[in-house]
Design a protein. Structure first.
Ligand SMILES: [Zn+2]
Length: 342
């Protein structure tokens, strides 16, 4: 996978290539993407550029042995970690780690680089279950890092969804992320930076990926509608206008399909995360249109600092209920009421 194979985010590609060219590579980078926006392929393209034996002008050659192995996700010095749990594909007695599913992982990433969390769970046969990155996983990574690099160069660990690491696992890994063995690079890909343990997050350089329109993704009109409903709801909450808030909730429930309702919930979650970044004084990390930024600043000022932290779990829960076919009107009415009183 070369940078050229990835759509958009040209600035990020230039920044990553620049780090390699200048020989200034951070120990750890935390990529923040919206679900399904291609941060994993971006990591792969970056590693391919770093490892490439015939590096060209700002992209890897795509043909040398290193490129070949990284592109196929089989390089012995590049490890992938992602949340797992027991599922239909492996015996129930086994304690699974990412390695147990490496075949499914490779097929997924190579077949559908813009995969979502849901696609991953389906590929691993663990739909509807809650998965995590366990202590056993952390132990396994540290074990692998205790050897020298197999090919004599860099080593890398790509952690997909570090927010799903439990505290024990995170603490074990922390030391390696703080003081990594020489020529060892951690690349983390998160959908919820506020849920990544601060001790880990603060050790990383942060890079925000701009959402890209994936093949088959929704049209601009639908996104505009989601944005309008999101702005209307947050404005009503700010101005303490319960009637308008409830009406907006009903309008969301009346969207033409459950997928559209879920897509709105994702949009609202994304907006809340951006509000959170804005409240932390990290607006520079935001990648939103100018008029959207004005709304964000208004919400960031008006909402309590704890608002986002308290609201995101409500949205996760609503998503689950919609997935389970619970009446959308009831779910949305309940969600809006709770978002109103927090
Ligand atoms: Zn190459």
């Amino acid at each position: 996978m070369r940078f050229a194979d990835i759509q958009g985010n040209e600035g990020v590609k230039r920044a990553l290539a620049g780090m390699v060219d200048a020989g200034k590579i951070p120990h750890a980078i935390l990529f923040h993407e919206d679900d399904g926006c291609g941060a994993v392929p971006m990591c792969v393209a970056f590693l391919q550029y770093l490892f490439c034996q015939r590096r060209g002008d700002s992209d890897s050659c795509g043909e040398c042995p290193a490129c070949n192995k990284i592109g196929k996700l089989i390089h012995p010095d590049v490890h992938f970690v992602y949340p797992v749990t027991g599922g239909s594909l492996i015996p129930s007695s086994a304690k699974p780690t990412a390695l147990s599913y490496v075949k499914q992982w490779r097929e997924l990433v190579l077949g559908n680089p813009y995969f979502t969390e849901r696609d991953l769970n389906e590929a691993l046969g663990i739909e509807g279950k809650s998965s995590l990155i366990s202590v056993a996983e952390a132990r396994e990574i540290l074990g692998r890092l205790s050897f020298h690099s197999l090919e004599g160069g860099w080593r890398a660990v790509v952690v997909y969804l570090p927010e799903k690491m439990n505290a024990d696992a995170a603490n074990r890994l922390l030391k390696s992320i703080e003081e990594p063995p020489e020529r060892t690079l951690f690349l983390l890909v998160t959908h919820a930076p506020e849920k990544v343990l601060p001790t880990i997050s603060s050790r990383c350089q942060h890079i925000r990926l701009v959402p890209v329109r994936r093949p088959g993704a929704k049209a601009g009109e639908e996104e505009a509608e989601e944005r309008e409903l999101t702005t209307a709801l947050l404005s009503a909450i700010l101005s303490r206008d319960l009637m308008t808030a409830l009406e907006t909730g009903e309008a969301v429930a009346a969207l033409p399909s459950r997928e559209r309702i879920k897509s709105w919930i994702r949009y609202m979650s994304r907006t809340l995360r951006n509000i959170f970044l804005s409240q932390q004084g990290l607006s520079a990390l935001l990648s939103v249109a100018e008029e959207e930024e004005l709304d964000l600043q208004r919400f960031a000022k008006g909402l309590k600092r704890s608002y986002v932290r308290m609201t995101l779990p409500l949205l996760d829960r609503s998503m689950m209920l919609i997935d389970r076919n619970v009446n959308a009107k009831i779910v949305l009415c309940d969600l809006v009421n709770k978002m109103f009183v927090i």
